[in-house]
Design a protein around this ligand. Structure first.
Ligand SMILES: [Zn+2]
Ligand SMILES: [Zn+2]
Length: 283
């Protein structure tokens, strides 16, 4: 794909200050800090929790920040000291369940309780997220995205999907189990699109019992024996990144039927795709 934006020295990002004060800004594309990677954003789901950043519910709402924590993209550069397992060209998810990567040094981390790391940035609230063409993230916060998973379909799984999936695991739900999912729109949509049977090596969940991670690759991967994630249902809406403020409004006003995903510039040509009712709910 010969998009000149891939090689530009700057990138565009939507930042927000105060309350819903979006600004489209141009930023320098710098080398990732030690332990971090630079990611070309392909897709970013809009989560209701983005309201923390957009509605000024942060300690300092005057500091500009790019919202978004359901990010799928491709690594452009790997910073010094980052896990060398990650390489440019790898497709990754970041912001998983709002978590921006553990420090691996604090007491909870030493116990393997990475979710409760005392020094873990919140993607899209404390550090810049995915309402941008490029974002930076700690390598410890990455998950590997299987090649067959469409970034636009997969992005909402990184928060909404994960939240619901963890509940199914905790409830020991089995294929065929009757479950009720409490949550408007996104969670229920994710529930309907996620395999009932846990895939081998599938993603971790916030609040799930901590599992030691392989030092070689802190990110869970889907193995060849794993069941491939089911694509998101066609009721997800897709907006180009350039319409991020409008897409956010649609979510926060309750007009989005289910999830809205922002498409990075690699998908700009698709334009806006209005949502349509899921087959399951149209009956
Ligand atoms: Zn979220
Ligand atoms: Zn820690």
């Amino acid at each position: 794909m010969n998009n000149p934006a891939h090689h530009a020295s700057t990138y565009r990002a939507f930042t927000v200050t105060g309350r819903r004060q979006f600004a489209l800004v141009e930023r320098e594309r710098h080398e990732p800090a030690p332990g971090q990677v630079r990611i070309r954003v392909e897709a970013c789901g809009i989560c209701h929790t983005d309201a923390l950043a957009v509605e000024g519910l942060r300690p300092d709402p005057s500091a500009p920040i790019a919202p978004g924590h359901e990010i799928i993209g491709v690594i452009e550069a790997v910073g010094a000291g980052a896990d060398p397992t990650w390489r440019p060209g790898d497709r990754v998810g970041v912001g998983v369940g709002f978590l921006g990567g553990q420090d691996n040094t604090c007491e909870p981390c030493r116990r393997g309780d990475f979710v409760n790391c005392s020094d873990q940035p919140q993607t899209g609230t404390a550090v810049d997220g995915g309402y941008a063409e490029v974002t930076y993230a700690r390598a410890t916060g990455l998950v590997r995205i299987p090649p067959g998973l469409d970034p636009l379909a997969g992005a909402p799984l990184l928060c909404a999907g994960l939240t619901m999936y963890n509940a199914l695991i905790s409830a020991s739900a089995r294929p065929g189990s009757l479950v009720a999912v409490q949550g408007l729109g996104g969670l229920a949509t994710s529930a309907s699109s996620t395999p009932a049977r846990p895939a081998t090596g599938s993603s971790p969940s916030p609040g799930a019992p901590p599992r030691p991670r392989s030092p070689q690759n802190s990110a869970p991967t889907t193995t060849s024996t794993a069941r491939r994630p089911t694509p998101a249902p066609p009721c997800d809406e897709v907006f180009p990144l350039s319409e991020a403020p409008k897409a956010y409004e649609r979510v926060i006003n309750g007009d989005a039927r289910f999830r809205i995903v922002l498409a990075g510039f690699v998908h700009q040509e698709i334009g806006t795709r209005e949502g349509k009712p899921c087959p399951a709910t149209a009956r």
